[in-house]
Ligand binder design. Structure first.
Ligand code: IP8
Length: 261
């Protein structure tokens, strides 16, 4: 295994970080540029896809691309659709955002390549999430940085439902044995009721009261859902704001550390 012994970080770029969440299908160019610069400067890849396994996988959320169309068609992580036009509307929007992210990363010298979950993943109430990793692992082993996105995926008995970027992050981190997970959000971490960043969370009960729902259209459940998913993960996770991406990629303790282990 070419990737044995090579640390893996899975980084999620929140949809509301890289898009203008209040304006349909609008990229936040300045925010995306600064995220891309931080990734390019971090030395996670030197632009040479044959230089050895990549240490990073990127996943991004939907923001004003996926979530607007998902809401239009009444689709969420639990409510599905059998309308093929709804599938292409939601998936097509996510592919448009994904190609902007991949193109900007490539332009900055990062060997980013797109991976689309609709083509591979599926959900089943009994069997849970099937998330094949051969493409992601194979691309990574060849030095590419796979860039995935929240998407719609087949859901047994429901048509398609939304698979959030967060679920992709935790699913890939578990299956590929990531050593570190980062969620870049619009806030500097998980906040307590005074608005201060909570430094570390090791169980949900201690922070449940402080975690409300996301304010804008977000079919995947906001901060509380993120914290729950990350607590269940076997790797330490950080939630942090856009300014902390460089620090996170440099192994600093940024934002809120979530470690349920
Ligand atoms: O923004 C959901 O991804 P998220 C993407 O990570 C869609 O929750 C298709 C709405």
């Amino acid at each position: 295994d070419a990737t044995a012994g090579v640390d893996l970080t899975v980084l999620k770029l929140g949809g509301s970080v890289i898009t203008d969440k209040d304006s349909p299908e609008t990229v936040d160019d300045d925010a995306l540029d600064s995220v891309v610069s931080a990734i390019a400067a971090a030395g996670v890849a030197d632009g040479d896809a044959s230089a050895g396994p990549a240490e990073l996988i990127v996943v991004h959320g939907g923001g004003s691309f996926g979530h607007v169309h998902a809401a239009d068609h009444g689709v969420s992580t639990t409510e599905g659709t059998h309308d093929p036009a709804a599938v292409t509307a939601i998936h097509g929007a996510m592919k448009r955002l994904n190609s902007v992210v991949v193109d900007r990363l490539q332009a900055a010298g990062v060997p980013a390549v797109p991976v689309h979950p609709l083509s591979a993943a599926a959900r089943d109430a009994d069997a849970g999430l099937s998330l094949p990793t051969a493409a992601v692992a194979g691309l990574r082993a060849e030095g590419f940085i796979p860039v995935l996105h929240g998407d719609v995926v087949a859901h047994a008995g429901k048509g398609v439902t939304v698979l959030s970027g967060d679920e992709i992050v935790t699913g890939l981190a578990e299956r590929l044995g990531a050593s570190r997970v980062g969620l870049c959000s619009t806030v500097p971490g998980v906040l307590n009721t005074d608005g201060d960043v909570i430094e570390s969370i090791t169980d949900f009960g201690s922070v449940a009261a402080a975690l409300g729902d996301s304010e804008s259209t977000d079919v995947s459940g906001g901060m509380a859902a993120k914290v729950r998913e990350l607590l269940a993960l076997g790797a330490p996770a950080h939630i942090f704001g856009p300014d902390a991406i460089a620090g996170f990629l440099a192994d600093d303790d940024v934002g809120t550390l979530i470690d349920g282990a």
